[in-house]
Ligand binder design. Sequence first.
Ligand code: GUN
Length: 284
Amino acid sequence: MKLIDGKIISEHIKQQVIAQVKDVKEKGVEPCLAVIIVGDDFASRTYVNNKKKTCDYVGIKSLEFALPAETTQEELLALVEKLNGDESVHGILCQLPIPKHIDEKVILNAISPEKDVDAFHPVNAGHIMIGDSLLKPCTPAGIMEMLKYEGVEIEGKNCVVIGRSNIVGKPMAMLLINAGGTVTVCNSKTKNLAEVTRNADILVVAIGKAKFVTADMVKEGAVVIDVGMDRDENGNRCGDVDFDSVKEKASHLTPVPGGVGLMTVAMLMQNTVTAAKMQKIKED
Ligand code: GUN
């Protein structure tokens, strides 16, 4: 089994971003990402800190807007509108989850599609489906980069995605379809799931259940991508794939931690510099 190393591949992406940042800075644009965090969710705080640290590393300016949990929908909308209108800000990201009294959809739909570096806006979701997107959701886009880096062919392959979220499962399926894969999307209610997954040449697991995919669900020689960020019975970090058993069958496998998670942040950096370039061209 070959380990797909998120550290190496995300570093490769970050080096590409560094070169692009240098290039746009020479053209007089300083790429800038605005990150909004509402409330004090511990995991969200960790993710946001990590995003800011990675911005520093690649030379992207980052602005943080940390709002109290009591923030009203109107106040949050007003901030998004202000950032939409600020020409020095190229990317806007609202860290999820946001408090329940705010309608997440209203906020995500308010972010200008060209600054939507998460690519959650319906306009960007539509571009993914058609296959002409510039901003792609970071996690699925990062997985495509991993497959490309490892030389995994997609055309003509059976691809199975477990999970149907708007953030991972659905856009992942679209990117695999656009790359010529034969794609099946499953969920926790799928009948005879193991039978379906055993057919997969490429298996992407984003179901959010610790060690859910076991060796009996995996075809010999399959490429297995684990999007999970879970905790095992001892409280240790693990993924949705039972790594120790699946590693005996898979040809390629991503670890958790050290896999897909690192790619998500790298692709956010790529989206921010892409957004900055798009906005600069529009200006010229
Ligand atoms: N919360 C968990 N994952 C994500 C993500 O990719 N983007 C945002 N904005 N929030 C998240």
